[in-house]
Design a protein around this ligand. Sequence first.
Ligand SMILES: O=P(O)(O)OC[C@H]1O[C@H](O[C@H]2O[C@H](CO)[C@@H](O)[C@H](O)[C@H]2O)[C@H](O)[C@@H](O)[C@@H]1O
Length: 352
Amino acid sequence: MVISDAKPGLTRAIAVALSESFSPQLLSQYFTRKKLLQKLESYGNGASINALLDSMRASSPTRRASSDAEHDQDSWTLRHPSALSMFEEIMNDSKGKQIVVFLDYDGTLSPIVEDPDRAFMTSEMREAVRDVARFFPTAIVSGRCRAKVYNFVKLSELYYAGSHGMDIKGPAKGHRKGNQTVLCQPARKFLPMIDEVYKRLTERIEHIPGAKVENNKFCLSVHYRCVEEKRWGELADQVKSVIKDYQQLRLSQGRKVLEIRPTIKWDKGNALEFLLESLGYAETDDVFPVYIGDDRTDEDAFKVLRNRGQGVGILVSKSPKETNAWYTLKEPSEVMQFLKGLVEWKKRGCPY
Ligand SMILES: O=P(O)(O)OC[C@H]1O[C@H](O[C@H]2O[C@H](CO)[C@@H](O)[C@H](O)[C@H]2O)[C@H](O)[C@@H](O)[C@@H]1O
């Protein structure tokens, strides 16, 4: 399994070495977490309270002994090397192709903070994204509603895919090529249902300190980062009791957040494909998508890139995680470094 996961470029010998360096404990931890999270997703909104609670806990793994943790970290880094240390190899792979940049927002462009309304990106990061967009088509792909993520990023020259890709819009007039506005909202008919569930959920959880429902237009986020762990069960209970009445909604899990969205088959991976198509790169090998994200929902986009055999997926994470990305960056400051590197490379005239 480890071998077939390896980026074509990594030699078989390295892949074998990597697979051997995984501790059985780490593999079992990965599979247990993966199973719990997959179980939640396969249940739709019919997950039991226990399954829901297990999944909430699985997204917050307990600390491991430091020697185990170091070993796990080393083998994971070998398997998913830093996109900064592999920068030249990545650029070399993109030779002769059009780079298109896809950026998740929370945890990628902005640090994770307790209050979702205060997840600001720095002006230096904004400049870095602005510069990247001067040279490459660039899209923000976020779980947040499009208007909200736009208010954080404030760059009208970008494509925005909000609500986990269910609300896509092209750059404002003046920044786009030609007159056509790119617009895609495959979950429109769910708007009244999402609003209703937002109201019901807000009422049901208001007595739980720290709990918060965020209306992301075509989907909802139930935040529990600031809820005491002993009350997670109660929160899960309330969420379950509301969404059991809505068979067309499903639950998934993000970073200390339960995501509620329509059951339609549309995710960040579909958004990536839609945007590549809109940009005229549907049927070509001459494109090199670079997708950077930190969350489980970004895995759908990483999978699409693997299936297409194009570009690179880069996971933002400090600790080992099961992922379909090839490379990693530790935190938003490294994302910024990578973006600046892209611009520098382009200015140098793409020397590889
Ligand atoms: O796809 P993304 O742009 O990564 O959005 C995913 C969710 O991000 C936000 O929540 C996360 O970041 C918050 C601020 O740092 C943090 O408080 C929370 O615990 C994280 O889950 C956003 O608030 C959600 O609506 C998005 O779905």
